[in-house]
Design a protein around this ligand. Structure first.
Ligand SMILES: [Zn+2]
Length: 112
């Protein structure tokens, strides 16, 4: 009798492991691993760095800026046809108004 079938049983485990997890997640550590896990959970912007649409932007309903730090640099495109960006620091507990009139408020979030 041949025993060819018994060899196949040992090869399936590693094949399953590689198909369930990307190889970089197995080797990643620390911050890189937490970023990859956040992306696997569907969070493609864990640092809230993408472009955001303006809310009403009034003092009572400011644009919310999320950060794990006490301050963050924000760029405001004041007019839709404008090509330059107005950069400013927004600090926690101190909402800031851009020259165009929109308000920004920093809200602290847990780090990735
Ligand atoms: Zn502005």
């Amino acid at each position: 009798m041949f025993r060819v079938l018994s060899k196949r049983l040992f090869q399936t485990t590693s094949g399953l492991l590689e198909s369930q997890f990307p190889p970089s997640l197995v080797h990643a550590t620390g911050l890189e691993k937490r970023e990859l896990i956040a992306k696997l959970e569907g969070n493609n912007d864990p640092y809230f760095g993408g472009p955001h649409k303006f809310t009403s932007g009034t003092r009572d309903d400011p644009n919310i800026i999320r950060s794990a730090f006490k301050a963050r640099i924000v760029g405001c495109i004041c007019e839709p046809e404008q090509f330059n960006i107005v950069w400013m620091w927004v600090e926690a507990e101190m909402p800031r108004r851009c020259g165009c009139g929109y308000w920004f408020k920093l809200v602290k979030v847990d780090p990735v």
